[in-house]
Design a protein around this ligand. Structure first.
Ligand SMILES: NC(=O)c1ccc[n+]([C@@H]2O[C@H](COP(=O)([O-])OP(=O)(O)OC[C@H]3O[C@@H](n4cnc5c(N)ncnc54)[C@H](OP(=O)(O)O)[C@@H]3O)[C@@H](O)[C@H]2O)c1
Length: 327
């Protein structure tokens, strides 16, 4: 896979990256997470499974990896796997503390707090755990409501990290992703933007940030897409009766190309001029391979037009998303 420049930074990334949200902890909201892990949740099994997938991803050319403090042992698993692989890019995030204590059905899986104390603590934890600096450091689920984009102490600290060579980013969630991204563009000093990366949920169903993304690209941001498969809703794991008409449209196109519907959904994103990285959230090798087939096809304008019709309103999308269960 070719390496490409990430926004206007000097970091080089591959078009597909691997996300570790489901690999680093036993509980997650993806459809069918329990089956993916074969119900094997002990620490050693999970670490060796994560290492196998990381090695497989690397062998397929993936060179960008996404972690967060709240993804259980994701940073630890990455760190014990890296060895002398110096040609990879790593992103991590602060702002959620993992609280599930390795349980699938915890009362609280993660607690959100965007304060200066959490930032300082988690930055140190990330450095200690990874044994190296990440390349990108994101605010995890930044929002207008959390006030983090107006917190002077937090912003000053992030400026310092940026001055020390880190790429500062934010990840977005919820129906107001676009507003939060636009707001982040206002944070600059002598024409330098604080943020140079955004991680956004953008897929066939949720595209409400498109305009804001164009503005971010103009400002030099690299764009990372997460939840490309709507947490598994854009795969054949989705048996919800109300979704079958939409799945049929994607399946027909997938059958023509003889690839999976996941690959069509990812390819649609890869066709966007602004994309830097699409994260695969696969936990199984076969799913990762299927995701990677998205790189092999060219969707013609007729097919793109058909896929354009599948969009949902952000309210509808995020309501369905919030009903997904941890498993
Ligand atoms: N910043 C944030 O707030 C935030 C939020 C969410 C995610 N993320 C990042 O984005 C990454 C991806 O997110 P995600 O995991 O929610 O994304 P996703 O790609 O939308 O969904 C992943 C799900 O799709 C399934 N899948 C993939 N290919 C499949 C196939 N061919 N057939 C059947 N099922 C298939 C996976 O199953 P298997 O597990 O069985 O492979 C997994 O359950 C995360 O790992 C994380 O790094 C960030």
């Amino acid at each position: 896979m070719d390496l490409r420049q990430f926004g206007n930074t000097s970091l080089k990334v591959t078009k597909i990256g691997l996300g570790l949200a489901a690999l680093g902890r036993p509980g997650y909201i993806n459809l069918g997470h329990a089956e993916d892990l074969d119900q094997k949740y002990d620490l050693k099994s999970m670490e060796s499974h994560a290492h196998n997938i990381l090695t497989h991803a690397y062998s397929k050319g993936i060179r960008y990896f996404d972690a967060a403090r709240s993804y259980g042992k994701a940073e630890e698993f990455l760190s014990s796997w890296i060895n002398d692989r110096n040609d990879i890019g790593i992103g991590s995030k602060w702002g959620y503390t993992y609280t599930a204590d390795w349980k699938v059905n915890a009362k609280h899986h993660e607690i959100k707090e965007h304060s200066i104390d959490v930032l300082k603590r988690q930055w140190q934890e990330t450095l200690n755990t990874l044994n190296r600096k990440p390349d990108i450091y994101h605010i995890h689920s930044a929002s207008i409501e959390s006030g983090v984009l107006e917190n002077k102490q937090v912003l000053d600290y992030l400026w310092q990290l940026r001055e020390n060579g880190l790429i500062i980013g934010l990840s977005l969630s919820g129906p107001r992703q676009a507003d939060t991204l636009e707001k982040s563009l206002e944070i600059k000093s002598s024409e330098k933007q604080l943020f140079q990366s955004v991680q956004v949920t953008w897929n066939l169903l949720e595209r409400s940030t498109t305009e804001a993304i164009y503005n971010a690209v103009k400002a030099g941001y690299g764009i990372i897409v997460k939840e490309a498969l709507a947490n598994g809703r854009l795969t054949d794991k989705n048996t919800a009766p109300e979704f079958q008409d939409k799945l049929k449209v994607i399946t027909e196109i997938a059958n023509e190309y003889q690839i999976g519907i996941d690959a069509i959904a990812i390819s649609y994103i890869l066709h966007q001029s602004w994309i830097s990285v699409v994260l695969s959230g696969a936990v199984q090798k076969s799913h990762l391979d299927s995701n990677l087939e998205s790189l092999q096809i060219e969707l013609n304008p007729g097919k793109i037009e058909k896929l354009n019709q599948l969009v949902e309103s952000p309210e509808e999308y995020w309501q369905t998303r919030s009903a997904l269960k941890w498993n």
